[in-house]
Design a binder for this molecule. Structure first.
Ligand code: ADP
Ligand code: MG
Length: 456
């Protein structure tokens, strides 16, 4: 049975049960009211008969009693017959009026009155009360009640059924949309998105599904990027080394001065490629450490300014060759809590990126500013450049491993990179309890700011 059918059946079942209970309650109340009315009607007849008998007794008129009773018989149809017994001293006189129908449910009642002025004068009246007639009104209003209840019940059941169908349709629609989506994901169409606007639990579930789907797509891209960057980053420096080695052998063998100078130049190229391999493998090891939660930073009181100066100087030659200036503006800042080697790694990564995306004539700088963050004092360190900038759509993703922005495809100075730098930077800054923020606009440059706690 589908959820939809089950929901409808259960709702209708619940509704029928509650209607039946309600009807039972109303019916019971109605019945007890009806019984009270019957008892009251019977008392009324008995009182009327007694009053009539006592009037006739006082006036000593047997004929009058008979005609009174006749009159009462017309007034109360339930009064079917009456028999009177007069006693005066030892004399007895009997009279009767009407008879009980053969198949009717008639109950005989009796009243007896005596003359207050003469104790030996009494009149006894036996009269039949037709129970069917007495109960007739109660039965009629019961029947009316049942009709009304049935009508109301049918109407509410219809409305309830319609509501149950609507509700189940809206529920099952969302469920089948979600299951279609899950099916697409399982078929490999990662990143599918379900458009669903509601603020309820279903809306929340759809949002979770959408996030999951986006995350799966990101992971899939990361996996593809991983394979392609590992192949590329290993193959291209190895290929370069492989092709330079025979050239060096050739130059060394020829032995003249010019050839030897060339051989030296090739060796420099080999060294650069070995460094590149080394950097990539170090990055991979760092990523492995991060994934295993083993990247630990030991925070100590440290001076930031000398590290900034050192890193700026390290990149100076390369920047000059590229026609870009690197300026270190960090001076006179308070000591911070950090892991010196890891903070250096952050700065190296950020400046290497800046250099990669800043064309000739551009500027790169490192600056620091002290800010208050609640009770804490923090130092915000910014690496800025006047380079190409990052697409707004990319900014959210770049902290994931093996993820690069689309600006890489437009050509960069030197190797394209692997998309690990910002991921490692983010993990290091997280370990420092700091924040990392990208501010960037296309063709206007990039500022990446990280914060460190100022040492007490
Ligand atoms: N200063 C910057 N200017 C422009 N784009 C940048 C800058 N820094 C980072 N990016 C973008 O972020 C991406 C990820 O950087 P990163 O994680 O260091 O990887 P990689 O440098 O290997 O590409 C880069 O590919 C680039 O698209
Ligand atoms: Mg990088």
């Amino acid at each position: 049975m589908t959820i939809r059918v089950r929901l409808i059946v259960q709702t209708v079942f619940l509704q029928v049960i509650s209607l039946l209970l309600l009807a039972y309650g109303v019916f019971a109340v109605q019945r007890s009211l009806g019984e009270r009315d019957v008892a009251r009607a019977e008392t009324q007849i008995r009182l009327a008969v007694a009053r009539t008998a006592s009037d006739a007794l006082i006036q000593r008129d047997q004929v009058q009693l008979l005609s009174y009773l006749n009159f009462l018989k017309v007034q109360y149809p339930a009064l079917t017959y009456a028999r009177t017994v007069w006693r005066i001293g030892s004399r007895t006189a009997r009279q009767s009026l009407g008879a009980a129908p053969a198949d009717a449910n008639v109950v005989e009642r009796r009243v007896m009155v005596s003359d207050p002025a003469a104790g030996d004068r009494t009149v006894e009246v036996f009269f039949g009360v037709n129970q069917d007639i007495l109960h007739q009104t109660a039965r009629e209003s019961e029947r009316r009640m049942i009709k009304v209840l049935a009508l109301v019940g049918a109407l509410t059941a219809l409305v309830g059924l319609a509501l149950a169908i609507l509700l189940s349709r809206s529920l099952s629609r969302s469920l089948s949309a979600l299951s279609r989506m899950a099916e697409q994901i399982s078929e490999g169409r990662l990143g599918v998105h379900l458009e669903w606007k509601s603020e309820d639990e279903i809306g929340a579930l759809v949002r979770v599904f959408n996030n999951m789907s986006a995350r799966l797509a990101d992971l899939d891209t990361a996996k593809k990027n991983f394979v392609s960057s590992v192949t590329h980053e290993l193959r291209s420096p190895l290929g370069a080394i492989e092709s330079f080695l025979p050239l060096i052998r050739e130059k060394v063998l020829s032995g003249d001065r010019a050839s030897l100078t060339l051989a030296l130049e090739y060796m420099d190229r080999i060294q650069a490629n070995v460094q590149r391999l080394n950097r990539f493998i170090t990055d991979l090891l760092d990523v492995a450490k991060i994934e295993q939660g083993k990247m630990e930073c030991v925070l100590r009181r440290m001076e930031l300014a000398p590290i900034c100066a050192e890193v700026a100087q390290f990149f100076e030659a390369k920047a000059r060759a590229q026609g870009v200036s690197v300026e270190n503006r960090v001076q006179d800042v308070p000591p911070v809590m950090g892991d010196g080697d890891r903070v250096r790694q952050v700065l190296v990564n950020l400046i290497a990126n800046a250099l990669k995306f800043t064309p000739q004539g551009g500027r790169i700088w490192i600056a620091a500013e002290q800010v208050r963050d609640g009770g804490d004092r923090r130092l915000e360190v910014t690496v800025g450049d006047t380079g190409r900038g990052i697409d707004p759509a990319d900014q959210r993703r770049l902290f994931q491993p093996f993820t690069q922005g689309r600006n890489v495809a437009e050509g960069v100075a030197g190797p394209k990179g692997t998309g690990l730098g910002l991921y490692i930077v983010k993990s290091i800054i997280d370990q420092h309890g700091g924040r990392l923020e990208i501010r960037s606009a296309r063709d206007e440059g990039t500022r990446i700011t990280f914060s460190l706690k100022v040492a007490a």
